[in-house]
Design a protein. Sequence first.
Length: 762
Amino acid sequence: MQKYLEGLNEQQLAAVLHIDGPLMIVAGAGSGKTKVLTTRIAHLIGQGVDPFNILALTFTNKAAAEMKERVEHALGNTEARNLYIGTFHSVFARILRGEATKLGYPSNFTIYDTDDAKSVIKQIVKDMNLDDKHYKPAFIYNRISAAKNSLIDPATYRQDSYIQQEDARSNRPLIADIYESYQKRCFRNGAMDFDDLLFKMFILLSNFPDALAKYQGRFKYILIDEYQDTNLAQYAIIKLLGARYENICVVGDDAQSIYSFRGATVQNILQFQDDYEDAVVIKLEQNYRSTQTILQAANNVIGNNRNQIPKQLWTSNMEGEKILLVRTMTDNDEGKFVADSIKEQQMRNHLANKDFVILYRTNAQSRSFEESLRRHNIPYKLVGGTSFYQRKEIKDYLAYLRVILNPQDEENVKRIINYPARGIGKTTIDRITLRANELDTTFWETISNPDIDGVRSGHTDEFVNMINSFRSAIGKMNAYDLAFQVGKRTGLVKELYDDKSVEGVARYENVQELLNSIKEFTETPDEEGELLDKSLGSYLQQITLLTDADQEKSDDVNAVRLMTIHAAKGLEFPCVFVVGMEENLFPSTMSLYDRADLEEERRLFYVAITRAKERLWITYANSRYRFGNLVQNEPSRFLKEIPPLHVDTTYTGVGARGSVGAVGANFGSQMNQSFDKMPSLKKLADKLASPKPADHTPSADFAADDVSGMEVGMQVEHQKFGFGKILTLEGGANNKIASIDFGSAHGTKKIMLNFAKLRIVK
């Protein structure tokens, strides 16, 4: 036996030794798929296959480099350097360079990144005399990107009635024209964008038989990593390339398909056996990563999905500790609990910072954990995201608040003077700066002094008046009320709300989280129980001190990781905290009414669980601020899918405050003493701990009504909470929140009408 085959289990060895014909390796979490894939490549070469005839496609350059390095190590020579191995985009760009003239492009064509592409779109929108606030470049770019990844060219886009109806409903009927102009302009500029590298590769293979024959003959063996993450364009290209020999090996796990928002479709891996009737399927079900307890919990959760390839992961690892399920009063308490737990684990088990990861559903959730880790002086690193207070939308908002307190702050004045756009361009700003330098005065004094001529305009006067009106409210409003008015009157919140792209929604959520933190600051008593200074100045001072982080520490490799679950795929950690496990957050509100979306949310939870090697904490908060309101939460439905025998709820309780050591065996007695002193808290705790009422069975004729016609006093029916009466309506037309009394079973609920499905009871 070749040395590189040593150490493989029975299923891994079978996958490696399979040479010809289609093969699907269903690689469960932690089952050693990378080892199998690289060993299989090494074995092909060892059996005499020319490395030039092997194509291996991955989703990250890091994975490609690691695979090539492992193959070289296994063979003990440099043959692996002749492999065509890399990401889909890098490999196809390499091919397109050599075939570009067939498509009318120069061989040295430019590749536009996302910012380049958006800049071109912005110019086209301007040239067409369209409103770029309505035809937002980010939104248009995402529409075009989705079209290309579905192999839809401008002509097909224009002819597709469903797509045209979608654009008409969004009041953007000219996207087809923009798409067509965008493609023509890119072609004229000799440029392809990121999505073109897939789209043009498909066109090359489809429209040029000689090119298809050339690359079918070249790539006799094709291997694809993370096949469950492929989109339609990638699927179609692989079908074409592999049609001659069908020596296609795909490696993936349908249970870890979590990127549908990027165009990935789980159907690609689910239908592999339909595409290749003689396909061999090998399941890697032995997990080398997690304890038995963690793995059994993951199996139970994912078992609730209907649309999947059946498998049962197992491990010979130790049983391990139970999963700790922790309930806290608020999201801030959740942050404190996690930081306390990390500190305690470090002292008790001598663990390093890098042994811990905090996983959340959305980037906006990072705030409370960042703050708590900083207070404990625990180094941390955000992965796949910017620190909450360093995100552009947060810095823009805080810039307004800082200018209100100190308008002489020139950098922040310049940051916001034309955001949102108010007709004060770069030329004007440069002219004001020059004039201020000439007069040896500040930028603000130059635009606010009526005696200074030549630089002021109606637009600058409006800006000055707006800031001054905010300044006059400093002593009359608390920090939250003033910050809320800033977001409303400047149009900053509306600007973000109107952007429905994936990035736009995330930015809007982040700003809402900032407002939530300010609201909590104004309403949370100090340790003495008094509401002391809750002014804007006090808040900004707190934030400034809190965010003055030591750069060396934040970049330290020995740091706690914070990341979304999407960013954690493929990683593993000894200790994992999965936080924010609440209905409408995880699973998200947008996924509750579609089985496919809900199953993807469950796969996301499965991915989160299976990142843990030794210890797993799952936390949720009874309440958190959302859209400026304190919202009561229900535990995520997914928590019920974990068998009780795998869960330890010793730590579960209202607040979970103080050090973790105080939360164990002594937690109950300590909290009982506190409740005796605070009867209202005990009443709240009893209410939260009471059995959850049964969900409502909708009426046979249930059909959601138009929410715009709902009024106070109306009787309505909710799919889950049953019949209720609308008590109040708040917010604007696009963000209306209803308080609905659902009686003793569910009480009064605050519901965002845009997301709710309600029937008006006639």
